[in-house]
Design a binder for this molecule. Sequence first.
Ligand code: GLA
Length: 669
Amino acid sequence: MSEWTWPTPGISYGGDYNPEQWPRHVWDEDVALMREAGVNLVSVGIFSWAMLEPREGEFDFGWLDEVLDLLHANGIAVDLGTPTAAPPAWFYATYPDSRVVTRDGVVIGPGSRGMVSPSSAAYRRAATRIAGELAQRYAEHAAVVMWHVHNEYGAPVSDDYSPQSVAAFRDWLRERYGSLDALNAAWGTAFWGQVYGEWEHVGAPAATASTANPAQQLDFARFTDHQMRACFIAERDAIRAHARQPITTNFMAHQSYNTDLWRWAREVDIVSDDHYLWSPDPEAHIGLALSADLTRSVARGKPWVLMEHSTSAVNWQGHNIAKRPGEMRRNALTHLGRGADGILFFQWRASRSGAEKFHSAMLPHAGTGSRVFREVVELGSTLGSLAEVAGSRVRPQVAVLYDWESLWAQELEWRPSDRLGFRERMRTYYERLWRDGVTVDFAHPEDDLSGYRLVVAPASYLVTDAAAKNLTGYVAEGGTLLVSCFAAVVDEYDAVHPGGFGTPLRTVLGVATEEFLPIRGAAEVELAGERLPTEVWAEHLVLDGAETRGVYRGGPADGMAAITRHTHGSGTGWYVSTALSVEALAPVVAAVYADAGIVPPGRPEGVEVITRHGETHDYLVAVNHRDQDVRLDLAGTELISGAEVDGLRLAAGATAVVRAGGDRAGGPA
Ligand code: GLA
């Protein structure tokens, strides 16, 4: 790790800046307006490869010199991009074999953006060369405070079935398994007669007549993640050979599928994330909170940068909803409350041409007289008043288990029900906790969990023996564990655990599953006299010490145990064998909170209050998503207005940041 400090004083504020799309005179207007908006950090050069290296090996840095000098002269720092997410036309023409081949054999052409094959040696060479050239030239430039490698690894394309990818996959498998016998055993190739006798016959899981071998598909997902990370590491090291500034690449947290961010986060100096609201979701701010908590968690609690979000609508969803007045500010402050020390947007000035001209920007087509620009200026001033919050930490008492390998495995074909999804369960459990005002970290199932009162596993289909041991030990030592249905079904090779479904957690939960019983229609669970509606999923549980708390009424598991509780060592393990809704989960988690000694703060519905703990003070970030004013029992100095408050009236849609009165005044859970 290089020696570095946070890229800007206080909270970083700005966005992607693409001056190469504009004539020179516009740049002067840009920097003047950036100053007006309080912008102190912009990401430059992310898609500029064709302008920086117009022909292979011929570089033109003159225009970038001018941009960086201009920004620096105006007090705006630069997060300098490597442009490797959009190779120039010459690259595709010279190295046509570097193009990605899809699962169906379609060769991906140029003329858009997106990575070429992450296994292409020619790409690796070209990418590290441009990254190294940039680092050499700008390592000492006073404007450059951070490096931004590539853009959103894994989007829009990652899986590659080209010959070079297949060869690299084979090498990766040799390294992983050592022998073909080990590979055949791990992949269970005796099934459907897929046994391999020669390494040369092993390939990527390209289009097949029926479903491809699931263990092979799971390994291919791991391999793809590994290859992209190797591309990142190669560029990062090419930069580090010359430069000392922190290095990042922008993640996509819960929206990312192909990157195991636990592994990625270990490789960057600063974690950064992109988040966009999902238009069809009327409560997309809950997904935003999830994404922010996940980002902070992969950053292991350290401050992170929100590298991109939007000031208003995006243009790549089907029906793109503009943000309502104040919504951008609520979004930004929610990210900040959940640990972001940088609030950036895609992008500074809306593009006139190209694929994203209908995407909102800090400076919209309508110009400085627009609502959006006014709100951008206002947000800049707000963030300016929150400088002292920078560096403070969020410290939840609850962890939610999140494992990309389990996501990859669960989403393969031919599961018992395609209506039971990883992301859906994750969101449902998260939303329950969010509505209860309980802030959470995410954790990997093999992490040290001893610092948490409660661990929740909404979607743990794949559980390794090491994870099971970890969870069992956590409960034995006094922890409370809440596990949702379809858990601990397979090992890391997508093979059913010996002894049946749920076996690895049998000791800690006192229960295992004999058979999955997906529900046609609906059923109910009776819990402490209450009837909770449920659908999609039920299980035939076999109790091994656990007590029954909820019983199925109706449906295929009528009369059987649905929810169980088990004491193991000094802790408790709960199992919820059906896919309860956010509302139906309420009484279940209430009982679990009681076991864990967690007292939800009882905030008004639709209001979130998140605590950031500083060295001397706690900061309470309050966001009112409702259309009504609310009163909150917060006391201290409201930093945006400077007012002393003792009981805070938070207007409809408003935000506040309160430095709690006195040292370390208590905040919500
Ligand atoms: C992604 C990309 C950006 C831009 C935005 C638009 O996050 O990184 O370049 O395309 O989406 O929402």
